[in-house]
Design a protein around this ligand. Sequence first.
Ligand SMILES: [Zn+2]
Length: 409
Amino acid sequence: MNCRHCHSPLSLTFADLNTAPPSNAYLKPEDLSKPEPFFPLRTLVCTQCWLVQTQDFTSAEDVFTPEYGYFSSMSSSWLNHAKNYVNQITQSLELNNHHFVVEIASNDGYLLKNFKEKNIPCLGIEPTHSTAEASRALGIETLESFFGESLALDLAQKGKQADLIIGNNVYAHVPDLNDFTAGLKQLLKPEGTITLEFPHLKNLVDLNQFDTIYHEHFSYFSLSSVQAVLKTHGLRVYDLEQIPTHGGSLRLFICHKDAQTLPEKPSVAQLLAIEIEAGMQTEAYYANMQAKIRKVRAQLWHFLLEKEAQGAKVAAYGAAAKGNTLLNYCGVKDHDIIRYVVDASAFKKGRFMPGSRIPIVALEHLMEDKPDYILIFPWNLKPELEKLLEPTRTWGAKLVTFIPELKVS
Ligand SMILES: [Zn+2]
C-alpha cells in the first residue's frame, strides 16, 4: 500500500489490531444467526510525510463511512464546545453579516445555529439525509453532499467562497485526504481562515489511546504531517490551540500560503519543536506502540478472569467505537464475562455490539441489575459519567478504565 497523501510505499506498522467489523455495524437480534464481515484493522506510518493511516483495501471507502446515526445535538458537552468556539472565532475574526461561513460535516446544525443567531450568513455541507433535514428545520441552508474539490469549485464559481471554513472532527475521517484539502483551498477567500479539529497523535501515543483507532478513522495526525498535506495544496497553519476534546485535540487555524494579513504565530513553531523533540519524525517513536497495546490486553483479561473467579458481576458503559475496538482487539466475546453495555442512544438499545455481540441496554437495566464493576469505554467522558453513575455507589459499584492502563475507582 502507498501513503494516502504522498504515495510513498508504506512498510512500518504502527498498530496492528487484528481484524474487526465496521465499528458502527450494530447487530439486530435477527443478525445474530448470520455471519459478520471482519476486515483488517491495521495502521501504518509513512516514513516520508509521517502520516499515520489505516490500511487500505478494496471498497474500504464504501464500507467504512463515519457514524452517521449520530446527532451531535445529543451531547450537551459537545453543544457547549460548539457555542464557545463560535463566540471565540466570531470575535477574533471580527465576523459580521457581510461575511460567509461554511461548515463541512455540519451534522444537525448544532454549531451553525450559533452563527445564525448572530445573523452571520452560513452554509452547512452534510451528506446524511436525516441530520441535514434536522439542520434545515433550524433554518440553516444545508447542502446534502460529501465535500471534495469538485463541489468546492462549483461553489466558488457561484461566488460562494468562504471567509471561514469549519471542519470539526471531519478531517481525520476523510478517505481522500488530498481531494478534501484541494477543496478547502478552492473554497477559501484570499484572506480567509479554515479551522480544523482532530485528535493529536502525540496523545494517542503518549497516553496509549489505541482504542481511538477504527476503520472509519482513516488518518491520525501530528502537526507536522498535517503541515505536509497543507503545503502540497498551497495552504499553511498560522495559529493553533491545544484543546481537551477526544483525549487531547489540536485546533488549527489555516490560511492560503501567501495570505498577507495572517502571519504565523509562535504557537506553531513551539508545538513543532515539541513534536521533533519527542521523536515524531523518527521510526523509533512509532515502533513501541504495539507493546503498549498488548499490555492493556493482558490487564483486561487478567481483570475479567479474576472477577469471574470471584463471582463478581461486570457490565460496561458506552456502545461506541472505543469499546468496539477494545473488545475486538482483546477478543472478548463472552457476555457471561461482560453482561451488557449501557448506552443512552435509543437507536442502539436492543442491538448488539459488532464482533463481540454483547447486548446493548438502557441505563435502567443497570440500575436494576446492580453490577459490581462498570467498565467505562469512553474514558474521555469519565467526569461526566461519574456524575451519571453516582447512584451506583450506593451498592458499592466500582468504575474501571483501561486507558492508558487499568484503573479501578
Ligand atoms: Zn506519506
